[in-house]
Structures are given as C-alpha cells and as structure tokens.
Design a protein around this ligand. Sequence first.
Ligand SMILES: [Zn+2]
Ligand SMILES: [Zn+2]
Length: 188
Amino acid sequence: MTDEYPETLALWRCIGCGAMGNAAECAGSCAFAKSFVVEAARYADLLEHFDALRARVEALRSWALDLCATEGFSALAGLRSGAKTLLAPVAAPPLFAGDEEGAEIWRCATCGQVEAFRDCLGVCIRRSGAFVETSDCALLADEIARLEAERRGLAALARQVAWSSPKPGQGEAMRLAFRREAARLVVV
Ligand SMILES: [Zn+2]
Ligand SMILES: [Zn+2]
C-alpha cells in the first residue's frame, strides 16, 4: 500500500437523470473504455478509516515487539497497561460493495473525455464534483480488511496479556508462551 492518492476526475453529473461528463476536447480518435466511479468523498471515508486502523496496528506491532524483547516474568507487568490502551474500541470497517456502488462511465484513454449518457427526464441540473474510480476504493477496502485481520490477531494477544494472571510458579512459562505468540504475529 502506498500513500499515493488515486487520480481524481472532475465531472459534472445531472441530479435528475444521472448523465455524467466533462469538458475535455477530443484530440483525435477516441478509445473509450468502461469504468465505474464514486464521489471522492467515499474514498476519503475509507482513507480516514484506513489511517486510524493503520496507526492502531502499528502501535500493536510495536507493543508485540516489546513483548518479544522481555526478559523474565516481571517485565510482563509493564506491558499490561499498554495492552489495555491498545484494546480501546475501533470503528467497524466500512463496507465497500465495489462496482455496484459506482456509476458507469465511458472514458477515453487518449484525451480523457468522459461520457455517461442517460435518457434525460426533462431539464438537466448539472452539479460538478470530484470522482474516483471504484477500483481505487476497492484496493483501499482490501487493505482495510487485511489490517483489520492483523489487528484482531494482535488484540487477542493483548487481551490475554492484559487480563491473565498465572498460577504460582508458572509466570515464566506464561511469558514465554506470550512471547512465542507475539513473535509469530509480528513476523508474518
Ligand atoms: Zn478521446
Ligand atoms: Zn438530466
């Protein structure tokens, strides 16, 4: 996942019939290909969730690395309060349905002209807006799903570390088991 933003298309859209387009002049022979777009705000929502989730996963990874570096059972105590902080609730990942959420457009690969005609119901009322392709949203939604899976695995370990207390004499064995699990989770 890079931090590059997707290409944004400035398009008008009729709020009545859904026709869409832009003002690009064709440079010659157009080669239109179909794609799907959603309002750029949709991408921004996903990105906001992605950023928050990535920050949480990075904090959990760093906590797990600290756990891997512990020596002796007493060192575990220091990781308990950190674990509790990292278990604060996170928002449910936003769902993205893919192309079905988008509007179909035809876009020229040569000049960038966009057309999406509909049968107009009457007088067109055009609003301009920024759009992004659904494929860009889908990539981000996949990254969110991957991060969420990683967060769940690390949070399960953090929960155990935060709330378990060993039977007498088994503290070191417990620490070693936690450390093994932490190493398994951060190496993947
Ligand atoms: Zn063209
Ligand atoms: Zn219209």
